[in-house]
Write a protein that binds this ligand. Structure first.
Ligand SMILES: *Cc1c(COP(=O)(O)O)cnc(C)c1O
Length: 329
């Protein structure tokens, strides 16, 4: 077997706790495709991974929770924004596997809990609010306190982006190509980078030559591309594959950052309304609305050719719809 196939087989055999409903559906967006003027547009429904409203972190957590259990941990702890989808799915994964869960969230405790935050509480996570913009200091303190109390916490990295988490998206690419191998471009929202890095690693291992376009929701392409290359190389090396990823291999679009992370603007509101109206599918205000808005804009500008066969990867996040009052208007 080639090194690439060896690495793919190794990924498929990694310890894993089943949490997601897989494969997620791949559906045509016929009305939206016609409206936008492209021949083929599909949506990969990772908003339907099924764990407490689903999302892309569920795939990553299957491998991360397996690591946590193998390490003998009795609890997991992670960090995120107040409306973090990653934190909500981590809390649900902990509940499912009998682990305690602590979430360190950036910001002040709000008066009422809504969206993901409400679900975090329902899922029995302990919430620690950290006013610092860098919650990692608070995280280290909580880990120390837990250890002193005799608990054994396992730290789930920001966004579930560790080598173990990322490779779930190499497998997800294989799943997609089994559903439809004739794809010219995949478009996804990118943030901590694990999803995109995992997909690009999978593309190399599987020989997929289509484009993988990451639409950044918070950071510049100049920052993300070397980070994505590092992430893919780390994961590849862990599988005995030489890696060799360069920043230039990662396509990152940072033109749709608008007012910054989680600032819901015209682009996002229009995308949510258009996809809801044309397809009856809900996007989230922070990630998928920005990415879909960017995709539709790139199509309309002719930067994405009308004859390409495009997959928009829905990475979840829909509970945040219930936490953004600007959407009421
Ligand atoms: C976390 C998240 C992303 C980004 O995934 P990364 O692997 O962190 O780049 C995209 N969409 C949604 C809904 C998310 O919650």
């Amino acid at each position: 077997m080639s090194k690439a196939l060896d690495a793919m087989a190794e990924i498929a055999n990694l310890p894993r706790v089943r949490l997601a409903c897989l494969p997620t559906p791949l559906q045509p967006l016929a009305t939206l495709a016609k409206d936008a003027g492209v021949e083929e547009l599909w949506i990969k429904r990772d908003d339907l991974t099924g764990l407490a409203f689903g999302g892309n972190k569920t795939r990553k957590l299957e491998f991360i929770i397996a690591e946590a259990l193998a390490s003998g941990a009795d609890s997991i702890i992670t960090v995120g924004a107040l409306q973090s989808n990653h934190c909500r799915q981590t809390a649900a994964a902990a509940a499912r596997t009998g682990l305690a869960c602590t979430l360190v969230l950036t910001g002040e405790a709000p008066d009422t809990l809504s969206g993901n935050l409400l679900l975090d509480r329902l899922l029995d996570a302990e919430l620690v609010f950290s006013p610092e913009t860098d919650p990692h200091m608070a995280l280290r303190q909580v880990v120390r306190d837990m250890s002193q109390r005799g608990q054994k916490p396992f730290v789930v990295p920001y966004g579930g982006t560790s080598p173990a988490g990322m490779v779930s998206y190499s497998l997800a690419l294989r799943e997609l190509l089994e559903q439809n191998p004739k794809i010219d471009r995949i478009v996804i929202a990118t943030s901590s980078g694990g999803t995109q890095a995992g997909l690009v690693l999978g593309a190399k291992l599987l020989g997929f030559v289509g484009k993988i376009t990451g639409i950044s929701v918070d950071r510049s392409a100049a920052f993300l591309r070397p980070l994505l290359a590092d992430l893919a190389n780390q994961a590849a090396l862990g599988m005995g594959h030489p890696g060799g990823f360069e920043p230039s291999r990662f396509e990152v679009v940072d033109r749709y950052l608008g007012g910054g992370y989680a600032v819901v603007g015209e682009l996002e509101i229009n995308a949510i309304q258009r996809v809801a109206k044309k397809e009856g599918i809900l996007l989230d205000p922070v990630y998928t609305a920005r990415a879909a808005g960017g995709l539709l804009d790139m199509i309309e500008r002719g930067e994405i050719p009308a004859e390409e066969r495009i997959v928009f990867w829905h990475t979840g996040g829909t509970p945040a719809l219930f936490a953004y009052p600007p959407l009421e208007s």
